[in-house]
Design a protein around this ligand. Sequence first.
Ligand SMILES: Cc1ncc(COP(=O)(O)O)c(C=O)c1O
Length: 418
Amino acid sequence: MIPASRLASVPAAPAADAAATPALAASDDRLLREVNAHAAALPQSGIVEVVNYGRTREGMIPLWVGEGDLPTPAFICEAAAEALHGGQTFYTWQRGIPELRAAIARYMAKLYAIPETPERFFVCGSGMQAINIAFSIALAAGDEVIIPTPAWPNAAAAAMTRGAKPVFVPFAYGPDGFSLDFERIAAAITPRTRAIFINTPANPTGFVASLDDLKVLLDLARSRGLWIVADEIYGRFYYGPEGRAPSFHDIMEPDDHILFVQTFSKNWAMTGWRIGWIEAPPALGQIIENLVQFSTSGVAPFMQRGAIAALEQGEPFVAEQIARARHGCDLVADPLIATGKVDLVKPHGAFYLFMSIPGQDDVRKLALRLVDEANVGLAPGTAFGPGGERFLRLCYARGEAQLTEATRRLVSWLTRQP
Ligand SMILES: Cc1ncc(COP(=O)(O)O)c(C=O)c1O
């Protein structure tokens, strides 16, 4: 059980996927014209406008960010603090300290029934950095990466920072929710395509690829000589009967060209720590070591000690988080569906509802209105690329009291609509 005292200290979180940009004076124009075109072309987060509009409202319930409301468990903080006070403050292994790589290998071997091979795992400064490393391996300027959308926008932006082109292929949408459109994915492959980015379970849609889906993708990638960048960070947040979502680990050969993105952020409530890992064939070890060396030069060793504690003692906490998310999903989705005024298919994984309100097609305006009229913060689907335009994203990784109140407000708002 998570003690209530540890819930109380939850900040009104600055959005992980939304950072404010100050207004610029006209005299800065010349400066901006000198900026590298790839950096200058990066899109601003589509969530930031709504967050900035609503973040200071009294009593606002913020369900727009992609993180839970629980602080990192004490046993993880204590392991990090002990290492910090014990002097583990020096430069360290670029690939991660051997003890953490071994702990990741044990964890992954147990979860996915794969051989325990620490040489496949490389510690880095977040899932986001894992995506950047994967794209540095797979993509050069001018190359294309296929991204099924709606999707978490940071992957596309990471491709753009290196002059590569994200090619968006919308999911199909039907009565059972979102599904991969393999014909469109295959048709989107060009001579410049180097990779497919696939996030399963998915933010924001809650889509979970089946083993058959993964097999089709892997066959396609093998036959067309493409990398797969597999973002499986929500693999534990899965609401099917099995204990975790299907994974490429279930069907792949060790030397398949798959780069896995992983993070400590979600399972162990460590979003602010910035620590994750990339899994790749060991032959890429020196390349990954170099990419870490020439970007962050490694992750603080005391944080890596915290991460070891997360892996070795964190199972009860992870189980509780998943149970909480499963319950949170029902708590919000069932009453919303019962209004008959939303189009919402319950997600199979991750911790988001992605829903539309028929007749309300301008979701940017709608998200702003919901701040004013319901005091609930939701993210507009326009932030997640093609296919998201009609939807709103709601993060339900929060406590029962907040979710119940947010649901009450949303249901009341919906029933007031003509
Ligand atoms: C699909 C997906 N991948 C990767 C990440 C990156 O997580 P982090 O950089 O916190 O490790 C996120 C964060 O929201 C995400 O939703």
